[in-house]
Design a protein around this ligand. Structure first.
Ligand code: BES
Ligand code: MN
Ligand code: ZN
Length: 498
């Protein structure tokens, strides 16, 4: 979908449909000339109660040549006093989804009501509209009765939108990139395919650490996960360096990249196992965010680290009871081969601390089933060692609508993952398993011989996939994390155009 801006009047703008965002408590007040142009029909419809501009509601009206736009789409924003950026994003998603079904190709957007509020709202509406149009079509020949994508959205505004459009395009492309990676089935989205996708990114340096080198580095925990699969592991390191980076501590984003998680020898039940192709959604979010950051040429430097492999129960798979040695020297007893994400991440976090001394680390992972038990599909679970870092992530969350909720890492959780025979075990059992998984990672963010890293962990097990259509996230991979991490990076650079 193409985004354009035109300084034009609503009544004069010829298009398949013009979106009029409306507040519930204002009705047509903001658009008197349009109401008049249609003989007062819109306000009559609202007076009868057939349409109220409640948040997320839409209503389509044909104009039969009375005014230039061929249709009007009323998009409910809810009460003016309750407006938030996220609600506006959702209204944008709803409006564009509805228009897609009507087959509208060229649409317009009036910014009259939205620009009366904080300045970012019109862009948020467009962001929601853009993100709602995503479909994963790579494997389906027949189009369902789909009318097809909206071609262009023209925002009617007298302001300069150059910077905003550039950002919206990058956000959409980064999110689409991540969603495509996650939706692609595991037979095609192998560790090697994920590596190829990383290598295809422009403006970033990419290094693939092969199995031999990973062995030399001592990444025994990560490599143990890959042992049951015929697919070679690929430890992917991407580096985006701005031409003029801000003088800041290095930053690394670590993404869980299990391209399929069968559970290994501790095999998962078959029901729903097909969804475990999304166990690389953390890695996809990291690549999507770095793609967008590099396209926007943000003045930051950031590394992305994806310890990619497959967790399968082959003949040489690791077994419950096996003990492995991590890059930090700490040993881990594998009591459950299905707790594989933390094994791969332990070595990835260790690798970052070895290779980028002093780096701040954010990891993002579909780590635990307990995450969705605790928070459902609505919020990311967050834990970490640096309250300053956590505060920055919370700020990015508030701006992007990607909700995070902090969970505790009390020292009392340590004994859950203490092993009789190794430094740690990889599972503390069911009770508290969302936080004990985080606690396990903390051990590697702080392990000697390096100085402890400021570290935060984001568990996206509940949010990376949606079984129902959401206002701007169609069923399937959501691309969660891309906008959150991008916004986090942007906020490191005060002059950025958001
Ligand atoms: N990838 C899963 C977590 C997961 C489950 C993500 C459902 C998305 C949806 C992870 O590797 C896993 O299997 N975790 C286990 C850990 C347990 C064995 C300690 C879990 O949470 O059940
Ligand atoms: Mn698992
Ligand atoms: Zn997993």
């Amino acid at each position: 979908m193409e985004i354009a801006v035109r300084d034009a009047k609503e009544l004069d703008f010829a298009c398949d449909a013009l979106i009029l965002p409306l507040f519930e408590d204002e009705g047509m007040d903001a658009y008197p000339e349009i109401d008049r142009g249609l003989g007062g029909l819109p306000s009559k419809i609202m007076a009868t109660g057939e349409f109220r501009a409640k948040h997320g509601r839409v209503f389509l009206l044909h104009t039969f040549g009375k005014i230039k736009p061929r249709r009007l789409l009323f998009a409910g924003l809810g009460l003016k006093a309750d407006a938030t950026r996220e609600k506006v994003r959702q209204s944008g998603g709803k409006a564009a989804s509805c228009l897609r079904e009507t087959g509208a190709k060229d649409i317009g957007l009036s910014t009259r009501t939205l620009s009366a509020l904080p300045p970012l709202l019109p862009a948020d509406f467009v962001e929601g509209a853009l993100l709602s149009q995503y479909r994963f079509k790579a494997y389906k020949k027949e189009e369902d009765e789909e009318k097809g994508e909206i071609k262009s959205l023209t925002t009617l505004s007298a302001e300069d939108w150059k910077g905003r459009i550039r950002r919206l395009v990058a956000v959409e492309a980064g999110t689409r990139f991540a969603r495509d990676l996650v939706n692609t089935p595991a037979n095609d989205m192998t560790p090697s395919a994920l590596a190829e996708a990383a290598l295809g990114l422009k403006k970033v340096k990419v290094k693939i650490i092969e199995k031999k080198e990973a062995e030399k580095l001592g990444m025994g925990a990560y490599l143990s996960v890959a042992r049951g699969s015929a697919q070679p592991p690929k430890f992917i390191v991407v580096n985006y360096e701005a031409r003029k980076a801000l003088p800041a501590a290095p930053l690394a984003l670590v993404g869980k990249s299990i391209t399929f998680d069968s559970g290994g020898i501790s095999l998962k039940p078959s029901e729903g196992m097909e969804k475990m192709k999304y166990d690389m959604a953390g890695g996809a979010a990291v690549l999507g965010a770095i793609k967008a950051a590099s396209e926007l040429e943000l003045p930051v430097s950031v590394a992305g680290v994806l310890p990619a492999c497959e967790n399968l129960p082959g003949g040489s798979a690791s077994k419950p009871g096996d003990i492995v040695r991590t890059i930090t020297g700490k040993t881990v007893e594998i009591v459950n081969t299905d707790a594989e994400g933390r094994l791969a991440l332990a070595d990835a976090i260790g690798y970052v601390r070895r290779s980028f001394p002093g780096a701040t680390i954010i990891d993002i992972a579909t780590l635990t089933g307990a995450c969705s038990i605790a928070l459902g599909d609505e919020a990311i679970a967050m834990m970490g060692t640096s309250e300053e870092l956590i505060a920055r992530i919370k700020a990015a969350s508030a701006e992007t609508g990607e909700k995070v909720w902090q969970m505790p890492l009390y020292e009392e959780y340590k004994h859950y993952i203490e092993s009789e025979v190794a430094d740690l075990k990889n599972s503390g059992g069911r009770s508290g398993s969302l936080v004990t998984a985080g606690y396990f990672l903390k051990e590697f963010a702080e392990a000697a011989p390096w100085t402890p890293a400021p570290w935060a962990h984001l568990d996206i097990a509940g949010t990376a996939w949606t079984d129902k259509d959401r206002p701007y996230m169609p069923k399937g991979a959501t691309g969660i994390g891309v906008r959150l991490l991008l916004n986090f990076l942007e906020n490191l650079t005060p002059q950025s155009q958001k």
